[in-house]
Design a protein around this ligand. Structure first.
Ligand SMILES: Nc1ncnc2c1ncn2[C@@H]1O[C@H](COP(=O)(O)OP(=O)(O)O)[C@@H](O)[C@H]1O
Ligand SMILES: [Mg+2]
Length: 311
């Protein structure tokens, strides 16, 4: 039984200014114990899909199960299997950190939870903030509490919607250490993030959403192996010849150009030499997930994964 199963999910938002189809028939499973990454640009539909999974939004078509429980017809059982860290910081300012975690335990009917609450506080670096009121905490500390809150009932499926957007390095490391441990202990994880190096390091399998459709779904290693696998990296102050610019990603002085093989690398270097472009710190390396992501997202209109059709 998969941990999560999305079947042909569509979602149309209808408002005063007309309707908008945010999801167009998305289907995939997350296996028990899997660390799954859901990637896509802003507006692709990631949070909408998570809201449907959480029972916070209703799909226009299709169905979702969590550990076999339908999120609509069997809501309470499905919700109990989920720990959701939302993208937005939502909290009650009047309670302390420990009270917040006790209330959440009560919400899920978990009694005598102090030992696990203490472990959560410790693992997330919150022990000395246990008695602080939520409103006194910094943004990063609030985010830690949201993570703890999502985990009070030890859910088999953990969902993190951009948990590291704008948070400091220390919290990212604390969070990944803890979430990786829970994953090793058998919890399935669904992660959305804009930090593709995080996704590459953590996720065994990755799905990519573009404009409400799944455009890639594969093991991380297969995604990395299957695309332009060589990158030429260098620094320059000069303008690039158009043929190089067309295949390059430029960040300040840093240029990264993809090449499929050694012959393409030679060709790019020849183009640069012909234009007299002065190149520094030249290196040839493997493509990373960011390269793969950009290549897939830029492949206009191509839908390569089995996504089914909108209901
Ligand atoms: N409540 C809503 N009403 C209308 N449109 C919405 C609503 N929530 C999200 N959208 C739209 O749906 C699309 C997908 O949004 P979202 O799921 O938040 O994307 P992501 O999380 O991938 O950035 C966006 O175009 C967004 O503007
Ligand atoms: Mg989002």
């Amino acid at each position: 039984m998969p941990a999560v199963s999305f079947k042909n999910i569509s979602k149309t938002y209808t408002g005063a200014r007309g309707s908008f189809q945010a999801l167009k028939g998305v289907s995939f499973d997350i296996e028990a114990g899997e660390f799954f990454g859901l990637l896509g640009p802003n507006g692709a539909g990631k949070t909408t899909l998570i809201s449907i999974l959480a029972g916070l939004a209703r799909a226009t078509g299709g169905s979702v199960t969590v550990m076999g429980h339908d999120v609509v017809n069997d809501y309470a059982a499905a919700r109990k299997c989920l720990g959701i860290v939302p993208q937005e910081l939502v909290f009650d300012p009047f309670f302390s950190v420990r009270e917040t975690l006790r209330i959440q335990s009560g919400y899920f009917g978990v009694k005598n939870n102090e030992a696990w609450i203490d472990e959560l506080l410790q693992s997330l670096g919150l022990s000395d903030k246990a008695n602080a009121n939520m409103r006194q905490l910094s943004g990063g500390m609030k985010r830690r509490v949201l993570v703890a809150q999502a985990l009070v009932h030890k859910p088999p499926v953990i969902v993190l919607d951009e948990p590291t957007a704008g948070v400091d390095v220390e919290l990212r490391q604390t969070l990944w250490q803890f979430v990786s441990r829970l994953n090793r202990e058998g919890h399935a994880v669904l992660l959305t993030t804009h930090y593709l190096e995080e996704a590459e390091a953590l996720c065994g399998r990755i799905g990519m959403l573009k404009q409400g459709q799944l455009v890639a779904l594969d093991r991380t290693s297969a995604l990395l192996a299957g695309r332009a696998s060589t990158m030429l990296r260098f620094k320059t102050d000069a303008a690039l010849p158009p043929a190089v610019a067309a295949v390059a990603r430029v960040t300040g002085r840093i240029v990264q150009a993809k090449a499929h093989d050694a012959a393409e690398v030679e060709h790019l270097l020849a183009l640069l030499r012909a234009e007299g472009v002065k190149v520094e710190d030249l290196e040839i390396g493997r493509a990373d997930l960011e390269d793969v992501f950009l290549e897939i997202m830029n492949a206009a209109g191509s839908v390569s994964a089995p996504t089914g059709s909108a209901a």
